[in-house]
Design a protein around this ligand. Structure first.
Ligand SMILES: [Zn+2]
Length: 340
């Protein structure tokens, strides 16, 4: 079930700023489990499950729908397509791979002859099998977007590989968590599927501003330190949900971090601690919304992030779902020892 959901999510086109196909899929899937589903001006999808407490807290979870990709900025006389990035992609890892445009047109991302050792945007292009500008323009226009061809495969009983697991894995976690919640919860739970995270947490910012949550969590991938040549980092794939302490965009509230650890321990959810030295998440946007919110991060250990072969461990995803479900049903003020 989780694998199928993830596979379907990863097949959808949704580079930053063009996430509508992903939003449509999620809206349909999540609507049976929530009280309302809405979209804001940026394209964020916001699903609300209303709490039944007399004075419910607002709790927001945010997973981003967008993936890093590319946008067409020039088509030459021979029909070759030049492009710019949308988000920080590993161009070297993308080279000589198949790509797909939003309208389904296929192409190959390649380098000018002799320049593949040090690929730059200025020296790479997409070949869509056209022989002239006119021929190419029948199928692709300036401003069209494309992404690396994506699929997800199981490379072992537990490990799934493909793209864009960043952050469709987070979207799948929120979908599963919403389905697992009991009919009644105390607090207002907002499941936000945000846009434009990869270009600077833009959707997360407006969604959080609109909601003004008391508590908020990003649900996103994090790097690991468990592969040859990796930066020194305490997170390992397969060792459970990574509870964020900080990344380069925020320092999580210590009481919330402590509460998340306690909740994971009490519910026997495998967990570890994440200190990420590069990269940011929607949690930063949530933390700074309005007068501020208690912000934390539910992080999915993932190897080879921003390449075409990102990986996740099924057990880690399950731990992330379990922690999300537990957080939705807990009095967070009491858990974290906060005064109202
Ligand atoms: Zn991400």
């Amino acid at each position: 079930m989780l694998f199928e959901t993830l596979k379907q999510l990863c097949r959808l086109h949704g580079v930053s700023g063009f996430e509508a196909p992903v939003a449509q899929y999620i809206a349909k899937k999540i609507s049976p489990y929530v009280d309302s589903v809405s979209t804001d001006a940026l394209g964020n999808l916001i699903a609300l499950k209303k709490g039944c407490s007399a004075s419910p807290k607002k709790v927001m979870f945010s997973a981003h729908m967008d993936e890093i990709g590319f946008i067409v900025n020039y088509i030459d006389e021979k029909g070759f397509i030049r492009f710019a990035p949308l988000g920080g992609i590993n161009l070297r890892a993308a080279l000589y791979g198949p790509v797909v445009f939003a309208n389904g047109v296929k192409g190959l991302l390649v380098s000018e002859a002799g320049k593949a050792d040090d690929p730059k945007y200025a020296t790479c292009y997409v070949d869509i099998g056209a022989y002239s500008q006119k021929d190419a323009e029948k199928r692709v226009k300036i401003g069209d977007t494309f992404h690396l061809q994506s699929d997800v495969t199981a490379i072992s009983r537990r490990v799934w590989a493909g793209r864009p697991l960043d952050d469709r894995a987070g979207c799948a976690i929120l979908l599963e968590a919403a389905a697992k919640l009991p009919a009644q919860v105390n607090d207002d739970i907002y499941f936000v599927f945000s846009v434009q995270e990869e270009v600077g947490c833009r959707g997360g910012r407006t969604a959080a501003f609109g909601i003004m949550p008391d508590f908020g969590f990003s649900v996103d991938v994090t790097a690991t330190g468990d592969v040859p040549g990796a930066h020194t980092m305490a997170v390992s794939q397969g060792k459970g949900v990574a509870i964020k302490v900080k990344d380069s965009s925020l320092i999580c509230h210590p009481a919330l971090v402590g509460g998340m650890h306690k909740l994971a321990k009490d519910n026997k959810i495998p967990h570890q601690t994440e200190v990420l030295t590069a990269g940011g998440t929607d949690a930063s946007a949530i933390q700074l919304a309005g007068a501020g919110a208690y912000a934390g991060g539910i992080s999915i250990p993932s190897r080879y992030i921003h390449s075409g072969v990102e990986t996740v461990d099924k057990k880690d995803l399950e731990a992330c779902i379990d922690l999300t479900v537990a957080l939705c049903q807990t009095d967070l003020v009491a858990l974290c020892g906060l005064s109202e």
